[in-house]
Design a protein around this ligand. Structure first.
Ligand code: UD1
Length: 423
């Protein structure tokens, strides 16, 4: 199994191109199932999760054409001859986002079977809210043999869906069901994440009738059919935030090309309070530290536009070397502090209790062999290692490959001493 070896201490300097957002790309790929015409997605990141979704869609019968040159980050998907609307266990268990094919399959084919995703490293992550919303739109749902078996022989019918809790995937599935339902659907307490907005905008480009995009109330008037479209994927705000943390922790100065401030306002505010500026440039965002030692600050994760849970681990890594204490509270997932013991192995002083962790800043971290169990936890160890004295070896690199495109290459270009070790 591959490992990543990092020798820390080099301030990052240069330019890093920002990739398209994985969490936007996955639902957008699933949206191709809603039309028999071609959906072309540009600015697509090349990641393991994207390959898993391609695999699932190809199994379902979607024709996928990849670019001939690796420089062309686009993908064309045409769902004009679906075989059986079944998403099997073997694929869904590798990637929870596979559940996003449920609504498009149901809306277009009147039935779908999707393996239940089960638990994951960061918590139980149920999909009850997805299923309840689809039932409100008229779907009959049965859970049996480990599968969600959904049917709507007479089509879906618009309804008022009120989410008791903000759910990104739940909003996306409901939106994809509503665009082909009969009549009007209102989604209240909808997720407002940029990736949800990106999906809604793509659906509109495909002929859907959606208003309220970007707000917490979406109005969808169902249409008979959707057509093809070409859609550029929004930049990855979590990649932007992750590189910003890497630059800040090393005391570097980097331009994140393609970065947009509006995607990361809460993160940029927190960085600002900690002593890191993120300012707009013509090509993206420039990140640099404004003070010698970072200041410890408190953050709490929240749905967008709040501080994202997907940036919690990286921000904690940054706070390990800040001056003073920082309290980090996780409100979205119940088991998302698995990076804490690993960061402590590198010399960090962190006490996690329930949903909060107190980080007491130390003057330096030291390299160590570490391992992590999810994507953002793994990358927080990369961030910490870039500032640590000596060598860090990170095991289970496959987590990083799920969510970061050409991570080592982008960091090496800014001076980092990082390499992948095979075997
Ligand atoms: C998406 C992101 C993930 C991010 C998360 C929160 C993708 C592919 N993944 O995940 O990176 O960390 O948003 O920003 O976009 N919940 C329920 N019942 C449901 C659905 C969710 O109780 O039916 C709970 C979850 O357990 C969690 C909270 O709601 O506590 C938010 O989850 P949700 O927004 O749905 O996350 P995902 O869409 O799975």
């Amino acid at each position: 199994m591959d490992r990543i070896r990092i020798v820390g201490g080099v301030p990052l300097r240069g330019r890093i191109p920002v990739s398209g957002a994985k969490n936007a790309a996955l639902p957008l790929m699933a949206a191709s199932l809603l039309s028999d015409e071609t959906l072309t997605l540009t600015n697509l990141p090349r990641l393991a999760d994207i390959a898993s979704m391609e695999h699932l869609l190809a199994e379902l019968g979607v024709h996928i054409s990849s670019p001939t040159s690796s420089a062309d980050a686009s993908l064309s998907l045409r769902a004009n001859s679906i075989k059986e609307p079944i998403a099997p266990y073997d694929i869904v268990r590798k990637m929870r986002a596979s559940v996003l094919v449920l609504a498009p399959l149901l809306a277009r084919y009147g039935r779908a079977q999707v393996s239940l995703p089960g638990g994951c490293a960061i918590g139980t992550r149920p999909i009850d809210l997805h299923l309840r919303a689809l039932q409100q739109l008229g779907a009959e749902i049965e859970l049996s043999e480990g599968y969600i078996k959904a049917r709507c022989p007479h089509g879906l019918i618009g309804a008022h869906v009120v989410f008791p809790k903000v759910t990104v995937g739940g909003t996306e599935n409901t939106l994809m069901a509503a665009v082909l339902a009969k009549g009007e659907t209102v989604i209240s307490n909808a997720a407002r994440e940029p990736e949800v907005i990106d999906l809604a905008q793509c659906l509109v480009a495909m002929g859907a009738d959606i208003s309220g995009i970007g707000s917490d109330t979406l109005h969808v008037r169902g249409v008979e059919r959707l057509h093809g479209a070409t859609h550029p994927i929004v930049p990855d705000r979590i990649e932007i935030g992750t590189f910003a943390a890497a630059v800040a922790i090393t005391g570097g100065d980097v331009e994140l090309v393609g970065g947009r401030r509006g995607l990361i306002d809460a993160v940029a505010d927190a960085f600002g309070q900690a002593g890191v500026t993120i300012e707009e440039t013509t090509d993206g965002l420039r990140v640099r530290r404004t003070q010698d030692r970072l200041t410890g600050i408190d953050v709490m994760t929240e749905p967008f536009p709040g501080f994202p849970t997907d940036m919690q681990a990286q921000f904690m890594a940054l706070m390990t070397i800040a001056d003073g204490a920082s309290m980090i509270t996780e409100t979205i997932f119940e088991n998302r502090f698995m990076h804490v013991p690993e960061l402590c192995r590198m010399g960090a002083q962190i006490n996690a209790h329930g949903a909060s962790a107190i980080v007491r800043g130390v003057s330096k971290l030291s390299g160590a062999p570490v391992m992590a169990t999810d994507l953002r936890a793994s990358v927080s160890l990369v961030v910490a290692a870039l500032a640590a004295q000596g060598e860090t070896v990170i095991n289970r690199v496959y987590h990083l490959d799920r969510g970061y495109e050409r991570l080592e290459e982008k960091l090496v270009a800014c001076g980092a001493q990082i390499e992948r070790v095979s075997g």
